[in-house]
Design a protein around this ligand. Structure first.
Ligand SMILES: Cc1ncc(COP(=O)(O)O)c(C=O)c1O
Length: 473
């Protein structure tokens, strides 16, 4: 039996170098076309990639096409896809109605430099599912939506500071970069001005007393913004009671409450987390599902707040309007995809199907962990799942009875990075793609067969890892 490293809890001989790993060798052998493209990309793109989450050692797969719950790489390998377009694809890849709407719209013109009927239909489709969306302003990405939400809050309240929660992600605009994966002390990440970072302060997520103390002490807080199911779509969950308490506290102090529903929107329920928990935020941000798999996003909420973007309302109120250009705001192709997707969610049981598949998947993966005697757990809600790899070697972890609320954020998000990367490769070798944290999303197109195949791939991946002496002994 391999000796255990006290610091990590993993076998001290863990992780043969990439050149000695049978998993890495199998991955390279299966994906020569991706390997070749990765070499070309390395001379053109920083790290050869376009999104940090796609960074994978030795390289990520290059995908040629996708349909429903599956995608195929340039070497012809098929993957059951739980990356789900970073959460955008609750209807799976190439949903026939969305694809038809996109093709029709693309044929009619991709950029009119003018208003178009689709933006009205898109806003109505959002309102139909999210009653708090009295007014909607479209942006091109979730990062822009949270940037605008914060600007609206500052302008509306006349206060400077935004309250954020440690570990919660809101995109990469300058107010949102510290305190997500680093700089929890509030210092700016590289390239961001200290003054900007100082204007977004961090509170511990889930701690209502801490929030009450901050709001009691400071009169400069314009808004509190959070991921309503917790950091990284609930990888570090927050209790709905905290949300209700936060709603009451923010209202009491004249602080706006912003739900960042970029991931939870139209997924935690059709109406997002706010409808699921019966809480009305002042502002919400949406992206991903809102645009049906195309680029697009929105900030939505109270009319009196979004009126700060309205020419007539600001003039009547004698206030300065917030400027908001944006070449691709409410792009007609994205609008068509968004309308088709949101209509499908409103009129079918797609959310329920995706939720049911995720529950089956969590159960199946946990059954393998139990059978393999691994003190890890798969958990999550609605159509998502997260993997807990027990970095602190907590005793008594039972996969089927795991309580993430009993663990710290560091534990839930922690874990041996090499182990996680190697396990991801082992899953890819077995035809399954999950995200860089080994979690992911189900869609309404995943079948029970896909889930069963994924559970079998999971078992095989764990055995491959065990064969490399890379798992806790
Ligand atoms: C909760 C949350 N907010 C904001 C963003 C940023 O959205 P985008 O990637 O569209 O800029 C993301 C992206 O994953 C997100 O998960």
């Amino acid at each position: 039996m391999a000796p255990v490293d006290d610091a990590t809890g993993f076998a001290a001989t863990a992780f043969p170098g990439a050149t000695n790993s049978r998993i890495v060798a199998a991955y390279r052998q299966r994906t020569p076309g991706s390997g070749e493209l990765a070499c070309q990309a390395a001379s053109l793109l920083p790290s050869g990639i376009a999104h940090d989450a796609r960074h994978l050692d030795p390289y990520g797969v290059y995908i040629a096409r996708a349909a429903g719950p599956h995608k195929w790489d340039v070497d012809g390998n098929r993957y059951i896809d739980f990356y789900g377009g970073h959460g955008a694809l609750i209807l799976g890849h190439c949903h026939p109605k969305v694809t038809a709407a996109v093709a029709r719209a693309a044929g009619e013109g991709t950029q009119f430099g003018a208003n178009h009927p689709g933006e009205i239909g898109w806003a109505r489709a959002i309102q139909r599912l999210v009653p708090s969306a009295e007014r909607v302003r479209f942006t091109s990405s979730g990062t822009e939506a949270t940037l605008m939400a914060v600007r609206l809050a500052r302008a509306f309240t006349g206060r400077d500071t935004v309250l954020r929660f440690k570990g919660h992600f809101h995109g990469w605009n300058d107010h949102m970069t510290h305190g997500h994966v680093s700089h929890f002390d509030g210092t700016p990440t590289t390239g961001v001005l200290a003054g900007v970072a100082e204007s977004a302060i961090l509170a511990p997520a889930g701690d209502l007393d801490a929030v009450a103390a901050i709001l009691g002490r400071r009169t400069d807080i314009a808004a509190a913004i959070l991921e309503p199911t917790g950091a990284s779509f609930g990888q570090v969950p927050v209790d709905p009671d905290f949300l209700h308490g936060l709603r009451a506290l923010t209202a009491q102090h004249g602080v706006l409450l912003i739900f960042d529903e970029v991931v939870t929107g139209f997924r935690t329920s059709r109406g997002g987390a706010q409808v699921a928990f019966g809480i009305t935020p002042d502002l919400s941000t949406f992206a991903k599902i809102v645009a049906g798999g195309m680029p697009g996003a929105a900030v939505a909420g109270r009319r009196d707040i979004l009126d700060l973007l309205d020419f007539a309302a600001t003039e009547a109120a004698g206030r300065e309007k917030i400027n908001h250009p944006g070449t691709f705001n409410a792009n007609p192709v994205s609008a068509a995809a968004g309308i088709a997707c949101l209509t499908e969610l409103a009129e079918t049981d797609a959310n329920d199907v995706a939720d049911a598949r995720a529950a089956e998947l969590r159960d199946g993966l946990n059954a393998v962990l139990a059978a393999e005697d691994l003190p890890w757990a798969v958990y999550g809600t609605s159509s998502g799942f997260h993997l807990f790899t027990n970095p602190n070697r907590r005793p008594g972890i039972r996969p089927d009875r795991f309580d993430p609320y009993a663990c710290s954020a560091e534990e839930l998000k922690g874990g041996d990075k090499t182990l996680v990367g190697r396990l991801r490769l082992a899953l890819l070798v077995n035809g399954v793609d999950v995200n860089q944290r080994l979690g992911g999303f189900t869609s309404a197109t995943h079948s029970t067969t896909d889930i069963a195949e994924t559970v079998a791939a999971w078992r095989e991946a764990i055995r491959l890892l065990r064969a490399e002496s890379a798992l806790p002994v």
